[in-house]
Design a protein around this ligand. Structure first.
Ligand SMILES: NC(=O)C1=CN([C@@H]2O[C@H](COP(=O)(O)OP(=O)(O)OC[C@H]3O[C@@H](n4cnc5c(N)ncnc54)[C@H](O)[C@@H]3O)[C@@H](O)[C@H]2O)C=CC1
Ligand SMILES: O=C([O-])CC(=O)C(=O)O
Length: 331
């Protein structure tokens, strides 16, 4: 597509908390850069369309040079028509005390309908990133309902976990965030996720060795990252929004435009069986990307501690898959 042609980007749940940060970042060029016009396609449920009108007025009031058009509606078939990128954010967020598993059924219906609509109406090059929770399993449902779209076009967001882990490591080691590289989140975007420091580098040196504090790694770092979403809900009375929007932007940007050379990022992608993760589960891996395609980083050493943690998170993904299968949401 010529560089002057606007990229059509769908955002679902556009009147929600994350949408309120995400739309303005996208319209200012944060995904496709300062030279690429974007067209926003905003999907909401009918009762939220009025609130969405207000958000669209604010988008207009920013007079973004890059924003070529904004369309809104409650019909996925119309909103997804010809879209190149679909950011599926809209879902019911977790409230205090709820686990993500509780959300499987409510969100299953949303993601099967949206998967079908993408299958029938999106552009041939569409890429679909699921932020709405439970993100990995929602992505699985959407993918199963879109048989004509290649499986690898469906990703789920673990970039927020990746960024959270990076910030914790930098603070512990007393280094800049930019000194931390090669971090990996494995598994599910849930409290079982495994942030792996054994393959992470701090200024080029092995992070676990530089930090040299197994007690911190196991009993502070891991639970802090795993339960950060819940901690934010506890503190803010609402789930993380600006940081989730930032992570959604970064995942999409790196997927489409490429990862920085010499580093990798965490993306939840359909497993090809790598690292013993059953094929088809949408699980977080270290990936590099180029030309809009990702590659799972091969050949990393997985020690016994990491193996057990990855297996536990993958087992949870398999349970979620079995639960949605039993509900008839995937074949
Ligand atoms: N993967 C991640 O790292 C993170 C995921 N999340 C998840 O993102 C999702 C959105 O969070 P918030 O924006 O805070 O929630 P929110 O409740 O503020 O907004 C969600 C929006 O989705 C809309 N919506 C519901 N069903 C819809 C449908 N069928 N089609 C289109 N829109 C629909 C709602 O009307 C609402 O405006 C939640 O599931 C939340 O748990 C939040 C933070 C991080
Ligand atoms: O925990 C939640 O419900 C929201 C979320 O996914 C996160 O902040 O990681």
């Amino acid at each position: 597509m010529p560089a002057s042609t606007p990229v059509k980007i769908a955002v679902t749940g556009a009147a929600g908390q994350i949408g309120y940060s995400l739309l303005f970042r996208i319209a200012s060029g944060a995904i496709f850069g300062p030279d690429r016009p974007v067209e926003l396609r905003l999907l909401e449920i009918t009762p939220a369309l009025k609130a969405l009108e207000g958000v669209v007025m604010e988008l207009e009031d920013c007079a973004f040079d890059l924003l070529s058009d904004v369309q809104t509606g409650d019909d996925p078939a119309k909103i997804f028509d010809g879209v190149n990128l679909a950011l599926l954010v809209g879902a019911r967020p977790r409230s205090k005390g709820m686990e993500r598993g509780d959300l499987l059924e409510a969100n299953g219906a949303i993601f099967s309908a949206q998967g079908k609509a993408l299958n029938d109406h999106a552009a041939d090059d569409v890429r679909v990133l699921i932020t709405g929770n439970p993100a990995n399993t929602n992505a699985l449902i959407a993918r199963h309902n879109a048989p004509d779209i290649p499986a690898e076009r469906f990703n789920a967001l673990t970039r927020l976990d990746h960024n959270r882990a990076k910030a914790q490591v930098a603070a512990k080691a007393g280094v800049a965030v930019s000194d931390v590289s090669h971090l990996t989140i494995w598994g599910n975007h849930s409290a079982t996720q495994y942030p792996d420091l054994y393959n992470t580098l701090i200024a080029g040196q092995n992070a676990a060795k530089v930090i040299n504090d197994q007690e911190w790694l196991e009993n502070d770092f891991l639970p802090t990252v795993q339960k950060r979403g819940a901690a934010i809900i506890e503190a803010r009375g609402a789930s993380s929004a600006a940081s989730a929007a930032n992570a959604t932007v970064e995942h999409a940007r790196d997927w489409l435009l490429g990862t920085p050379s010499g580093d990798w990022v965490s993306q939840a992608v359909p497993s090809d069986g790598s690292y013993g993760v059953p094929e088809g589960l949408i699980s977080s891996f270290p990936v590099t990307t180029s030309g809009g395609e990702y590659t799972i980083v091969p050949g990393l050493e997985i020690n016994e501690f990491s193996r057990a943690k990855i297996d536990a998170s993958v087992a949870e993904l398999a349970e979620e898959r079995d639960a949605v299968k039993a509900l008839g949401l995937i074949g």
